[in-house]
Design a protein around this ligand. Structure first.
Ligand SMILES: Cc1cc2nc3c(=O)[nH]c(=O)nc-3n(C[C@H](O)[C@H](O)[C@H](O)COP(=O)(O)OP(=O)(O)OC[C@H]3O[C@@H](n4cnc5c(N)ncnc54)[C@H](O)[C@@H]3O)c2cc1C
Ligand code: SF4
Ligand code: SF4
Length: 436
């Protein structure tokens, strides 16, 4: 960072931290009421996890078709300023309706306003690395557009892996690649804050007996989601081990949820339903495939969810009440699941050619540490504590700081949007108190 340059000061009414569906909903509602909003997103694109999904339960609407218009409305809104690739470093409450926030924007090495998204830099770049947006299923270049429906849909340079060969700069038709870009610090003054930092996924490497990372045909549910999405890495569903079409796929529910031994005793609320959704989508994509879901309980509690579960059973998805103990691999890449058949009280083995681990929802730790002089309290499971959950669900332990979406606990998209709406309503009533 260039230490000579003084940091710039910016002023907005509200800072929204996190550009997923919940933060986006809060930002739009506040902006539509005339408030000036700064939306800070640590990633290169807004849209959160939803923009990377296939279809959504229980309606099977296309996730991208819902997210992209919303994301472009956020991007074009005159009252919303978006900073991507930006971290929140420090938040200090200076008084009623007065917060000071230090943010740091990392260099993208591409001038966003000049990049046309032509991808010539991507084609010219000789460096390939693992693509995090395809959850490791394929590679990407060091000069890259995160994914085709990213917002903004412009290139970035992954400087950690870049060899500075200059090939991208030479082909760029608008000369917008700039290796002299540096980190920029800003001091942001706002009256209220919405924390919408979302969730993390359970890392299945923490359960070595399931063989994730060792057996290539054991995937996570997010990897399967990418294989089913319109912006998918292959044009069909494949076994990563050998590129064959799978025809006998197993799901292991509650991987890393309701499991004290891995430090996460709570239910993730979405895994049963997204697994049932993926099973239905797989039956469409691979009509000859058998799908088996190993479960302990099915939590189909929302509107239309139980009917969606019954629909999957009617379509021929097999549900086995069984606790999977261990997965081993055969020479041909097929997988043997050893499980306790809960109803029969026996230990059984079953062979599948692909296994999907339905990984759970974990808190996204870290944001509470940036609050300096007042404590943002967490609940016993490290999600942001809702200090008045029944009467004002978006309230946190700090007056003027509100929580939206999965930052406060596992929830699906409709509930995240409702929560984003609640956060914007409570923020508005807090801001209106200033003018009384
Ligand atoms: C495999 C899978 C399938 C799913 N399928 C469905 C489905 O079919 N239907 C359904 O209703 N739900 C589904 N869900 C759940 C859905 O993804 C979530 O409900 C939704 O994404 C929650 O939105 P959010 O905005 O709270 O969080 P997120 O999507 O996690 O967004 C949070 C955003 O905040 C950003 N962020 C985090 N920390 C910071 C920080 N410190 N500073 C700045 N930005 C930050 C993140 O980069 C991210 O962009 C699925 C989830 C998974 C894992
Ligand atoms: S300079 Fe870096 S990003 Fe550009 S083409 Fe070379 S390796 Fe790729
Ligand atoms: S950085 Fe240049 S070459 Fe790369 S996508 Fe943008 S305009 Fe095209």
């Amino acid at each position: 960072m260039n230490m000579q340059e003084p940091r710039k000061t910016l002023e907005y009414d509200v800072l929204v931290i996190g550009g997923g569906i919940a933060g986006g909903e809060s930002a739009i509602n506040l902006a539509n009421l005339g408030y000036k909003v700064l939306l800070v997103e640590k990633d290169l694109s807004i849209g959160g996890k939803m923009i990377l999904l296939s279809k959504v339960f229980p309606t099977l609407d296309c996730a991208a078709c819902i997210t992209t218009p919303k994301v472009s409305e956020i991007a074009r809104h005159p009252n919303i300023t978006i900073f991507t690739g930006t971290e929140t470093r420090k938040i200090t409450k200076k008084g009623e309706h007065r917060f000071e926030v230090d943010i740091l924007q990392k260099p993208r090495y591409v001038h966003i306003e000049d990049c046309t998204g032509c991808q010539l830099c991507e084609e010219a770049c000789p460096v390939s690395v693992t693509d995090e947006y395809q959850y490791g299923l394929v590679g990407r270049k060091a000069a890259f557009i995160p994914f085709s429906i990213a917002s903004p849909r412009v290139a970035a340079i992954d400087i950690e892996n870049c060899t500075l060969c200059g090939a991208c700069e030479r082909v760029c038709p608008t000369n917008c690649i700039d290796f002299t870009m540096t980190e920029e610090e800003f001091l942001v003054k706002v009256k209220a804050i919405v924390v919408a930092t979302g969730f993390n996924l359970f890392d299945p490497l923490k359960i070595p007996r399931y063989g994730y990372g060792k057996f290539r045909n054991v995937l996570t549910s997010m990897q399967m989601e990418r294989q089913l999405a319109p912006t998918r890495p292959f044009n069909t569903v494949l076994r990563p081990g050998d590129g064959k079409l799978p025809d006998n796929i197993a799901y292991v529910l509650c991987t890393g949820s309701r499991d004290k031994s891995v430090g996460n005793p709570i239910c993730s609320q979405i895994c049963c339903m997204y697994s049932i959704k993926q099973a239905q989508l797989l039956m469409g994509a691979l009509p000859m495939a058998d799908i088996t879901i190993y479960y302990l309980h099915i939590r189909a509690f929302g509107k239309g969810f139980n009917e969606f579960y019954v629909q999957a059973q009617d379509m021929g998805v097999e549900f086995v009440k069984g606790k999977v103990g261990k997965i081993t691999e055969k020479e041909n890449g097929n997988l043997i699941l050893r499980y306790e058949d809960v109803e029969a009280g026996t230990v059984q083995e079953a062979e599948h050619d692909m296994v999907v681990l339905s990984v759970g929802v974990l808190p996204n730790l870290g944001i509470s540490d940036v609050f300096e002089n007042e404590k943002l309290e967490l609940d016993p499971f490290n999600f942001i504590n809702q200090s008045d959950m029944l009467a004002s669900p978006a309230k946190t332990s700090i007056e003027g700081v509100f929580v939206a979406g999965t930052a406060s606990g596992p929830m699906d998209i409709p509930d995240s949007i409702l929560s984003g709406g609640a956060a914007s309503a409570e923020t508005t009533s807090y801001l209106r108190r200033e003018s009384l």
